[in-house]
Design a protein around this ligand. Structure first.
Ligand code: ADP
Ligand code: MG
Length: 725
């Protein structure tokens, strides 16, 4: 478009209807973003056609040629003329069918899109035909030809008419890798179909799977022995319409599997999809549970009632949306957590027995990994009502199916697990607390003050959501509780500091921060809050003194707490208290001031305790300093910043326009920052705080009375009020 000089009177640009071919290409751009998306659509079509063998040939990362051949039911001759028109499909007739659709395709858009961005040739034969048909989609009549059973679709010169796209894709060599990855995923889910994928002209296939009845065999043949031998089978299900209805089964890597990148192969109702929330939730469990903090390999298949899945939310159908997604994720997360802890602990036990039995086989089967040591298990009777859980951290019964042991009743299994777990945890604590008695005493204090009722709630509760800025709603058995997440996270962080004492991993600050300036900032903030008016000189002096003090203590802060302060008085490192969690850096100044003012540097035990408390307060999940995006706080913020002055009234309309623009931009930025901050916090509460609390928190007795937990309702009573709860 021409750039006009301001004020130049010129004809207004004409609005006109886009050519249909353009519209089609826009849609194509959405569905077929890269060669791999074309392969996915074609393979899905082959699967929809009940094929048992699918082979893919690719030339030049898919840009020159993609050819997918199958042995499925083929396409009727009379359908060929409309095959590649938009919105022609054999899978869906009315909109309502979407609710229950089982096939992967349904929009009739994929082949049409491909003909707009590439040259498509279809060869197909249906049952009972003597010959097949080949239809280059530009030709008028399909030609008879020899064909083997099924359909072969060839896409040549993809994006030949989209120069920019072709250029960007040509530079990236990883499209073939993506295609191989895609086929590998299909191959381990559709184990009764054989898949192959190769480069054009290559003798060897890069994916080659044969139909099998064993998922583990399929994984072994596609991902290799190193993956397959380190897997644990998992299962979970729920059939309670008031919370969730699903069945999940899969394989997850154990603690012997060490890689840097997560592989998550997820099928929901047999569709290959992605679910970032589930993936992150599981990564958290891995980093919290396994000492090596490896990333997992996960294959998971989730089956839900079709009407609970909305398949039509994404142009490439890559993401789907689920009913009760949060609940399902929580349940799966806790099953994975419990399986892992169990496998990890049995591994710990195995390591210990290595000396006495040096002939431990190097390749152990899954069962032996899962076999928890019976030592230390006390069978404790668990009242039946405790088995009624909305969130199971122990899928009692399910676990049982994978154990080598003689059948045991569920209750015993549950309590032996708990015993094994706590003994391991204690050992871990002992190791981690170095040999300082003061730290050991502080940890003993935590243990002796632990409230068993609250501990049970923390371990077994389901996180429902945030009720307001500070309180989360939890369900435990048939009760609903409000729990103060600030208090809880503060306590958890405090306990973590003591447990990880002298063994922290570090958060490296991107820029080292000068203590002096940060302390000044904190003092000014404090002044605003307290409305006391010290002059700047005095503040400088206090900041200076505190800086000196912290510099003096730097060695100890670094060695025990991983708080690194260099000789110039800059802060550059902080400890990791929970994996995948970084504190709100806006609170660094306040924290430093607190180190200077509130820490008792004289007595060892008091010093460690007050330092741990200061860190706890800093890392706690406070509401972000920016106001909540949906509240009135932002409005207030905006007014304060851009207070309407009476002088504004006389301004020219042009000035006001500018003002509004600046204000809009400011507001927009503020709003998006606030949304990010609050969104991240809520995510951390659900996916970091609650899972970690389940593992590590020992809630002190004081929390039972200080308003940290408030029981708000009993579901039995609510059931009477609402039919469906
Ligand atoms: P959709 O899969 O959404 O229906 P497509 O454009 O991918 O739309 O395919 C259009 C139609 O072509 C399908 O509904 C199906 O009837 C037919 N078709 C495509 N590929 C195959 C195949 N490999 N085997 C049999 N039929 C196919
Ligand atoms: Mg399709």
């Amino acid at each position: 478009m021409d750039i006009e000089a301001p004020g130049e009177a010129k004809e207004l640009p004409k609005i006109h209807r886009l050519d249909e071919s353009v519209v089609n290409r826009i849609a194509a751009g959405e569905v077929i973003q890269r060669p791999v998306s074309a392969v996915k659509e074609l393979v899905e079509n082959s699967l929809d056609a009940s094929s048992t063998s699918i082979s893919v040939v690719v030339k030049d990362g898919g840009l020159k040629l993609i050819q997918v051949s199958d042995d499925g039911h083929g396409i009727r001759h009379e359908d060929l003329p409309i095959l590649c028109e938009r919105h022609t499909t054999s899978k869906l007739s009315k909109y309502e069918d979407l609710q229950s659709i089982k096939s992967m395709g349904f929009r009739g858009e994929a082949l049409a899109s491909m003909t707009y961005v590439g040259h498509v040739t279809v060869t197909t034969i249906t049952k009972g035909q003597l010959h097949g048909y080949r239809d280059g989609m530009m030709e008028h009549e399909p030609k008879a030809c020899a064909a083997v059973k099924g359909t072969q679709i060839m896409v040549e010169n993809l994006f030949y008419n989209m120069i920019a796209r072709r250029k960007t894709l040509q530079n990236s060599a990883d499209d073939y890798t993506k295609i191989v990855d895609l086929l590998s995923r299909f191959a381990i889910h559709y184990i009764d179909v054989s898949f192959s994928c190769r480069k054009h002209g290559a003798a060897r296939a890069d994916v080659h799977s044969v139909a099998t009845s064993s998922r583990l065999d399929a994984i072994r043949s596609v991902y290799g022995l190193s993956v397959a031998r380190n897997l644990i089978k998992i299962e979970a299900s729920d059939n309670d319409p008031s919370s969730s209805v699903f069945e999940m089964d899969g394989f997850i890597s154990n603690s012997n599997y060490v890689v840097k990148k997560t592989t998550m192969v997820l099928f929901i109702n047999d569709r290959l999809v992605e679910c970032t929330a589930l993936k992150r939730a599981l990564e958290i469990v891995y980093s919290a549970t396994l000492p090596k903090a490896s990333k997992p390999f996960i294959y998971m298949s989730i089956i839900l009632p079709p009407e609970h899945v909305d398949v039509n939310v994404h142009p490439t159908k890559r993401e789907v949306s689920l009913l009760n997604q949060e609940v399902i994720i929580e349940k799966i997360q806790s099953v994975v957590e419990s399986m892992l802890r169990n496998s990890n602990e049995s591994r710990t036990f195995q390591e210990q027995t290595v000396e006495s039995s040096p002939s431990v086989p190097s390749i152990t089967n899954n069962e032996s990994h899962l076999n928890p040591s019976p030592s230390g298990s006390k069978s404790q009777k668990v009242p039946v009502h405790k088995m009624v859980r909305t969130d199971s951290s122990d899928p009692a019964g399910r676990l049982h199916a994978y154990l080598y042991k003689k059948p045991q009743n569920h209750l015993e299994m549950n309590s032996s697990l708990t015993a094994v777990r706590s003994s391991v945890r204690q050992r871990r604590n002992l190791r981690e607390t170095a040999d300082l008695t003061s730290i050991q005493e502080l940890i003993n204090d935590i243990d002796s003050k632990c409230h068993s009722g609250l501990l049970d709630i923390v371990r077994q509760c389901t996180y429902v959501g945030m009720a307001d800025d500070v309180f989360a709603l939890l369900q435990h058995n048939t009760h609903l509780y409000l729990a103060n997440v600030v208090n809880l996270s503060k306590e958890l962080m405090y306990q973590q500091v003591l447990r990880r004492f002298a063994h922290f991993n570090a958060i490296q600050l991107s820029e080292s921060a000068p203590l002096q300036e940060l302390l000044m900032l904190a003092l000014k903030e404090e002044e605003l809050d307290l409305e006391c008016n010290e002059n700047d000189d005095l503040k400088m002096k206090i900041a200076e003194m505190n800086t000196q003090l912290l510099k003096q203590k730097a060695e100890m802060l670094e060695e025990y707490f991983c708080i690194f302060i260099d000789s110039d008085g800059n802060l550059s490192r902080l400890p990791i208290l929970l994996d995948q969690y970084t504190p709100d850096m806006d609170r660094v100044p306040e924290f430093l001031l607190c180190l200077g003012n509130d820490v008792d540097w004289e007595d060892e035990k008091n010093c460690f305790q007050s330092l741990a408390a200061a860190l706890g307060n800093f890392y706690a999940m406070h509401p972000p300093l920016l106001p909540h995006p949906s509240g009135e706080g932002l409005e207030f913020y905006r007014k304060r910043k851009h207070g309407k002055n009476p002088q504004d009234v006389g301004k020219s309309s042009c000035d006001i326009g500018d003002d509004i623009e600046i204000e809009d931009e400011f507001e927009h930025k503020l709003l998006s920052e606030a949304e990010t901050a609050w969104g991240q916090r809520e995510w951390s509460i659900q996916h970091v705080l609650f899972p970690s609390m389940r593992l590590f928190l020992k809630p002190p007795t004081s929390m039972a009375v200080n308003g940290t937990f408030v029981r708000v309702a009993s579901l039995e009573k609510l059931y009477r009020i609402f039919e469906r709860c």
